[in-house]
Ligand binder design. Sequence first.
Ligand SMILES: *[C@@H]1O[C@H](CO)[C@@H](O)[C@H](O)[C@H]1NC(C)=O
Ligand SMILES: *[C@@H]1O[C@H](CO)[C@@H](O)[C@H](O)[C@H]1NC(C)=O
Ligand SMILES: *[C@@H]1O[C@H](CO)[C@@H](O)[C@H](O)[C@H]1NC(C)=O
Length: 978
Amino acid sequence: MKTATELPWAGPEAGTSRSSRTSRTAKAGAYVILSLLLFTFAVHLPGHSSCLGLKFRPTKPKTVEERVKHILHHTPLIDGHNDLAIYLRAYFNNRIYNESFSKPFAEGGLRGHVDLPRLKAGMNGGAFWSVFWPCPENGTDYSDQNYHYTVQQTLQQIDLLARLRQAHPSIFSPPTLTSKEALHNFHHHHNLISPLGIEGLHQIGNSAATLRQFHALGVRYATLTHNCGNRFADAALWEHPLRRADYPVWGGVSPAGRQLVREMNRLGMIVDLAHTSVDTMLDGSRAPVIFSHSSAYAVCPHPRNVPDEVLDAVQGKRGLVMVNFAPDFVSCVAAPDREDGLPEFVPQNSTLQQVARHILYIGERIGFDHVGLGSDFDGIEHTPEGLDDVSKFPDLVAELLRQGVSDHDAAKVVGGNLLRVWGDVEAVAEEMQKAGEPPGLFVSAVPKEWQDYLVRTKTMALLDFLMRDDLASLSSSESGGAPPESLVEYVKDIRRFSLHRSFRPSRPKLPVLPRQVALGMKTKKLHEVTHFAGYIDRLAEDAASVSGNEFTHFVDFGSGQNYLGRALASPPYNRHIVAVESKEANMAGAKDLDILSGLAEREKRVRNKKLYQRIRDAVDPSQHHDEAALKRAAKELGIPDQDITTIDLRSRKELQATYAVEEGKGTIEYVVGRLEHADLTDVLSQLRGQEDGVRQEDLRMMAISIHSCGNLSHYGIRSMILNPCIRAVAIVGCCYNLLTEKLGPPTHEPPLSRPNLQPINARVARESERRDPQGFPMSERVSTYGGDGIRLNITARMMACQAPQNWTDEDSDAFFTRHFYRAVLQKIFLDKGVISRVYHGQETDTESPFNSSTNPVIIGSLRKQCYTSFKAYVQGAIAKLTTNSDFGQYSQTIKEKMGSITDEEIAQYEETFRHRKRELSAIWTLMAFSACVVESLIVTDRWLFLREHSDMVRDCWVETVFDYRESPRNLVVVGIKK
Ligand SMILES: *[C@@H]1O[C@H](CO)[C@@H](O)[C@H](O)[C@H]1NC(C)=O
Ligand SMILES: *[C@@H]1O[C@H](CO)[C@@H](O)[C@H](O)[C@H]1NC(C)=O
Ligand SMILES: *[C@@H]1O[C@H](CO)[C@@H](O)[C@H](O)[C@H]1NC(C)=O
């Protein structure tokens, strides 16, 4: 395959990049045909012949040696891995001024593979100088203590190279230069480009802080492992003795490793995958990766080499494989019988030609844009024949040229590719630093293989997939858009563990609520009350027919406006209701509605109308309802006290509703109070007729509730166990985010994970911090499951209220847009210093969504127009925060810090984060869907609690009582006593 380069006009090529010898040949062929055509043309057009002929006059052929010189002169040869530093340590104890080192190093003749004259002879342009320190003796001990010494030794090695550079300032560039600066120094000062590399994350001692400081000292790549795994990734080999890694600890990169890789991307530290396991090689990095010293597995099947599938991935990610010269990795055959899992070395092929073969193999498979040189000189005991040391690089380049590699491709192999990757890594870092954001929850929490599918699938299609599609037929589909298998399995599991929500009314035709009873109810409420009243009535009848005793009362836990109680007290049900409610305002409203519906009457006033009118006329109209003002006026008018007492001066609002008890009609009694437990003794003592000696034994009550919040559902269910008179329960729960935990301490600790909760909603903070013996879980089974019991974080519980099955395209889009705007505005606030970031990990941890948060400004909703664009939203929010008195605390800060924000700046923010909106929608959708299991678990736990009391409970079950589309919290927990 020599034709291409031997054609005289094919000389040094510039500009185009070709990746295979086939295309080079094709191109050369085209030149031949083109020149023949032109030549023929010239012959026939004598007047132009000289002109055309000049252009294609064959130039004097350059020798291969001349071409190599030309290449290495223009493009720095940058070796991916040079171990001079550890060599210096091993043989000279880091004494660089000791003559036995300094002289031969400067003048030539140093043992090993590197000294200054040979670097020069080999036309070296630079190298990544490794500051290697070996794996600790016990490689499986990932503790900080075990790495302590390694960090110290690594610093010594960095210091060693710094001193060596100071001793030869005209030879080495500082390691801290950018790729551009280093290239400049190469061209203008003939300096060796000299960044450093650490060879395994064991060298950072489990600390991102160490990694960052290594970067500051000039370390520009970090190999994820050496011959030992670590907290961050799995290795290809273990040592002591060297053998193929027999078990994966993480299955590639660990969760902490992903964080660290991201931090490397952010810093501009190149991710080096030499030494790592295949799974690690295939794991992700946003910036391109390198293999600083690894060869082709297909040529020599060594676990240190790069298999074809990984090569293909490297091409996709614009990465780089830098071929290692270590004889073991260069020339070998598989040896399946060997216990250490390593191949057999083949000495006769340990040659320069074989190294070239690796380069050609990779170049031909994935293109010469993705292959480089990583000698490992001074880190290997032996070298391939013909590649004895750093002076021999030109021979290798010559071999490549002879093998048909173009000058252009050869230039890329020696250093062009590395400079490209290095530059790309710097660009990614710059971008990430500019964006300044820690990794999103999406990237750090969602399995990597799901991310692409989730991001590219539209919300409605995603919901279909999650909740509606027939997964059996879907998973077998061959189409490119299919979800990853592990996601399909996950969705199947969630569906399997979720309770069904479909609903068919047990009675086809329920009584329609009388108009005056339906007053004030929205459609959803009407649906719920109509169905639940019918359900309760039927349940009570059925239970009574078994026990032979009617229910005397229905106790509503958290009755609110008492819609349910009013319906049950009205015809046709005519039941007796005890409504327990903590909010006085709710109760007052409920009583007004009772009056309107005819269940109660307003107290009558007894007044001397004339006298009353006189008093009223004497006060300002604004005081007509002010009893005290009216009384003062009466006194001033000289009306005698006893007359004043006969005029009822109370306002209408203060007049009591009165409830008449009539045979055959329903009644309502209100009990004010916040239920803090399930013992109803207090409530019962307030019942009408208690003073007349109603006997507790005669009471047969049912505890009922629709959508009572927090633990109230628990109290309702528990009340059956604690109070002899509660004979049955029928409870529909809701608002799981207000449940407290029984197993404490709370798993979510709001002040840490959501520092905003404290000032915003003190009740949530208080309730979630509390350890409540009546909190979740209720049942022994769930409380002790797996030893520690099951707990549910507040986020999971909140998401369980989201009812994703009911989302439409429009409302989910509006919903996510609102949330996207909110999130980006908080980011602006953070950047502008309105709010600050809060960390709760250790200082040395890499920042992530799991250990940092902010104290956001909760803005609430804005006018509709504010959601038409991000600009409108930001302006609307600023206006609200600076003018609305509720936000007084922010007003001054917002004016100061946000006053100068320009439209361009706002637009820039939206642009920067636009790509994250899909992440936000996708993760929200996935969480809401997954939370179906959470709700199912809570309901099942309540049912289990009843079952565990089979000594008292005759029967218990869960069923749906509302149409899911009308009211998604539609599961009732029912218990009937023996
Ligand atoms: C190596 O460390 C691991 C983890 O600490 C430990 O289990 C193991 O016993 C240690 N091996 C030796 C040989 O000390
Ligand atoms: C050794 O090199 C020869 C060519 O010189 C080649 O045919 C053979 O496959 C190589 N063997 C190995 C094990 O690389
Ligand atoms: C709840 O959150 C804590 C940390 O905040 C976490 O360790 C735990 O795994 C979470 N529990 C569940 C069930 O997700």
